[in-house]
Design a protein around this ligand. Structure first.
Ligand code: PMP
Length: 428
């Protein structure tokens, strides 16, 4: 596949933009390097690059594009919002309308606030939890990603009851010391951490269904126990639902797992592809936020009419009958097709899937936590990724990411993808 124009543009980008990209994972470092593809046009489940090559897209812009690219209902909503002016700095009716849609869909959201990214949403829930509890420390789970604010760019210490160390240059050790990282799907280390640091723990923060070391579901009873221990400690439970909100059904992971959080952070899908974040939760907690309470959070772009309109339109599409069932059906077909080809070529493949989201791990072991995800074969994934890309299948360039189906994928797309998988597997 000729991608000469992408190569030229990437060289130019490297002179102008740090690393040539505006978010590091786009630079193909997760698959051992290479030239990222410069896309020019997205349409439904398909992408067209600057060299005229066509791709079936499973990246979904890392999650937001659940209705496929350039969905006409969302495009129309953005156009009409733009015609009325894209930013007011005053309240608008759209914000009420969208807040009502979110609070109606997710029972634990008694009040919400819109921001501009998932990073902002999570960062603010932590500030509010600290304000509410008058404590400073946070427990998080290894491998979960919560954006790039200082407090969550922290790696595990050497054991569950040790404090974290910075995962990024520029994050002060003093801040990393406010975070304790424990393994997902394992309750004992959480207990240990709460026993040791209990009086200082403001919040336990978790992706209820993990999307950031591949798709990993909580084991039966795990989130219930996390919630119980968190509340026994008078700490708050924060769910990071930036990926999961509206991903698996019309609502959040809380209705699926039957565990409600005190506060929830959202992003991605709820913006219909435009920049957005939102957080919300119990009224008494949310009333900590300015102008009602002492915890400050603000934003020039927050609740802007274009993001509101796109978000409303996206949720309207997702309200249609049978949407999630169809993504599940195609996801099932994809999963079983890939596993069949893996068997045929005797490759170690495990798939974690929930509805239209799945991760293909190159391993013989089940993946239920970050350590197991780390142990999967990254080198084989990299070769697979490149073989797929060269056949016009656009996956996320990292073994820790997921494939996202959209409402635009068709049976034919899945068949074509499975043919490409078979060809790739035959060369692995
Ligand atoms: N939380 C989770 C679970 C995410 O997956 C991400 C982004 N991948 C974020 C937070 C950060 O969101 P954003 O990139 O919009 O800042």
């Amino acid at each position: 596949m000729n991608r000469q124009t992408s190569e030229i543009l990437y060289k130019e980008a490297e002179d102008l933009i740090v690393g040539g990209v505006n978010s590091p994972s786009r630079a193909f470092k997760g698959v051992g390097g290479g030239t990222p593809v410069f896309m020019e046009k997205g349409e439904g489940a398909h992408f067209y690059d600057v060299d005229g090559n066509q791709y079936i897209d499973y990246l979904g812009a890392y999650g937001p594009i659940i209705t496929g690219h350039a969905h006409p209902h969302i495009t129309d909503a953005i156009k009409s919002a733009a015609e009325n002016g894209v930013l007011y700095g005053t309240p608008t009716k759209l914000e009420n309308q969208f807040a009502k849609m979110l609070t109606d869909a997710i029972p634990s959201l008694e009040k919400v606030r819109f921001v501009n990214s998932g990073t902002e949403a999570v960062m603010t829930t932590i500030r509010i939890a600290r304000a509410y509890t008058n404590r400073t420390k946070v427990i998080k789970f290894a491998g979960c990603y919560h954006g790039h604010s200082d407090l969550v760019l922290v790696a595990a210490g050497s054991g569950p009851s040790t404090l974290g160390s910075p995962d990024s240059a520029g994050v002060p050790t003093s801040i990393a010391q406010e975070v304790i990282t424990v393994p997902f799907n394992d309750i004992e280390p959480l207990k240990e951490a709460l026993n040791k640091f209990g009086d200082d723990i403001a919040a336990v923060l978790v992706e209820p269904i993990v999307g950031n070391f591949g798709l990993v579901e909580p084991k039966a009873g795990f989130l219930e126990e996390v919630k119980q221990l968190t509340h026994e400690n008078d700490s708050l439970l924060i769910f990071d639902e930036v990926i999961t909100a509206f991903r698996f059904h019309y609502g959040s992971a809380q209705e699926i797992t039957n565990v409600q959080a005190d506060m929830t952070a959202m992003g991605k899908i709820i913006g219909g592809g435009l920049p957005i974040g939102a957080y919300g939760g119990r009224v008494d907690i949310m009333e900590q936020v300015a102008p009602l309470g002492p915890a400050y959070q603000a934003g020039t772009m927050s609740g802007n009419p274009a993001s509101m309109a796109a978000g409303i339109a996206c949720l309207e599409v997702l309200q249609q009958e049978g949407i999630y069932e169809e993504m599940d059906r195609l996801g099932d077909k994809l999963e079983h097709g890939i596993l069949e080809h893996a068997k045929k070529y005797d490759l170690p493949v495990k798939i974690n899937r929930l509805k239209g989201m799945l991760t293909v791990f190159f391993t013989d072991e089940e993946v239920t936590n970050y350590e197991q995800a780390e142990n999967t074969d990254g080198e084989m994934f990299s070769r697979f990724f490149k073989l797929m890309l060269d056949q016009g299948i656009n996956l996320a360039p990292s073994k820790y990411e997921a494939w996202f189906l959209t409402t635009a994928h068709t049976e034919e797309d899945i068949d074509q993808t499975l043919n490409a998988v078979e060809a790739a597997f035959s060369q692995l």
